[in-house]
Design a protein around this ligand. Structure first.
Ligand code: NAP
Ligand code: FE
Length: 366
């Protein structure tokens, strides 16, 4: 058995974990730059963070302008504000968008780095420390070294991937996720499902990450029937889903994502689909593509989810997420973009561009 496993994020979880752990923020620096979108002011996370920083005597500035799917341009603008504020650490409150934006700002506010360097270098001279408070149960970005940024010059999403942008600390308080609207809940849960499944199947999968993936899938599988029936998730289930999405984040931090994410980026960039929704619409067909070569592993994933076969996964995700259609021109274009993505190399068997077209056609041309 040969593998390496590194997870440098301190994770504290439970109700009121931000307020009870102000000392951890004191370790990060002397002035905080809080980054969020609009919902942080409503879901309780902003209030708790401000109270905690105030109680610890740490001055802060709040940047509330993070948009979903932040672009390279967006993070550069935010980094200018961070630099001007004189903050020496960053706090991200939100879903993957604010957390990923904060990772890029942690690099850009601390040094002079071009877009090309941001997306290709693994080490930077200086990076500001970061604390992350997830308010969606989906991306697991609070425990990954990735920041996924909209790259208009390539018309897709590109990665910053550096161990230096792992948050120093992640605060998991499921109370912040309780009022997530049903559509965002479904899309984000399916993103976590996708991380666990893709990470389990990835070329770079490791034995400990696979164990975490199965546990994450078991938790998500328990929530799926409630989500599909349109029922409300209990507070306990919200807590568990936040835990499951964190586990799935640890999985992709080790294993990376695969063809599903590579293809999903075009659905978000060109069709405006939520990230998790884009992945979810591709998953069943991806399993069909792999099943001939890897039947036991697909069966293990479906079993953990409490599903009997791929058709049942297809129906479940279809009921939860709906369906879209693509034109033949879109299918060719999205396959041509995805085949260039690094996560294609992390897919086994590795699909050709022609096979990506067939996969997209099976999903969306019906
Ligand atoms: P998101 O884009 O962060 O948020 C989606 C929407 O939900 C936003 O309108 C957001 O509002 C709202 N929202 C967030 N928390 C809420 C709450 N508690 N209550 C009510 N509304 C809430 O969605 P996401 O799916 O979490 O993140 C997607 C991004 O993460 C994509 O850019 C994707 O590529 C990236 N991603 C990153 C990784 C990684 O490892 N770094 C992995 C997978 C995906 P506000 O933002 O205005 O508050
Ligand atoms: Fe994702």
């Amino acid at each position: 058995m040969k593998f390496s496993f590194h997870m440098p994020v301190r994770i504290v979880a439970g109700p009121h974990c931000v307020i009870e752990n102000g000392a951890l923020l004191k370790e990060l620096g002397k002035k905080g730059f809080i980054m969020s979108g609009k919902s942080a002011a409503m879901n309780g996370s902003l209030n708790d963070m401000i109270m905690t920083l105030d109680a610890a005597g740490i001055p802060w500035v709040h940047f509330a302008g993070v948009k979903p799917n932040p672009s390279l341009q967006d993070v550069r603008e935010a980094a200018e504000e961070a630099r001007a504020s004189g903050a020496d650490f960053i706090v991200a409150l939100g879903g993957g968008s604010p957390i990923d934006a904060a990772k890029a700002v942690a690099v850009l506010a601390a040094g002079s780095v071009t877009d090309q360097e941001l997306l290709s270098r693994r080490r930077f001279d200086r990076v500001l420390p970061l604390a992350a408070v997830p308010t969606t149960a989906g991306t697991g970005s609070e425990v990954t070294p990735y920041s996924i940024l909209t790259n208009d010059s390539l018309q897709t999403k590109s990665f910053l991937n550096s161990e230096q942008v792992y948050p120093r600390v992640a605060f998991l308080d499921g109370r912040y996720t309780r009022d997530l609207p049903p559509g965002t809940t479904a899309a984000t849960v399916v993103d976590a499902l996708s991380h666990a499944a893709e990470g389990y199947l990835a070329v770079r999968a490791t034995p400990p990450a696979r164990i975490l993936a199965l546990e994450s899938l078991r938790i998500i599988g328990r929530a799926l029937p409630v989500l599909v029936s349109g029922g409300a998730l209990s507070a306990d289930m919200r807590d568990e889903l936040l835990y499951a999405s964190m586990l799935a984040g640890i999985v992709i931090a080790q294993s990376g994502t695969t063809a599903v994410h590579a293809l999903g980026y075009s659905l978000t960039y060109f069709k405006g689909l939520d990230h998790g929704l884009a992945n979810g619409l591709l998953l069943a067909e991806y399993f069909r593509f792999l099943k001939k070569d890897r039947p036991e592993e697909i069966a293990a994933i479906l079993g953990a989810l409490g599903l009997t076969d791929i058709a049942m996964l297809d129906r479940t995700l279809g009921d939860l997420l709906g369906r879209i259609t693509l034109t033949p021109v879109e299918i060719d274009r999205f396959a041509a973009i995805a085949i260039k993505a690094g996560n294609i190399l992390n897919t086994r068997p590795q699909p050709s561009e022609e096979e990506l077209k067939i996969l997209l056609g099976n999903c969306f041309a019906r």
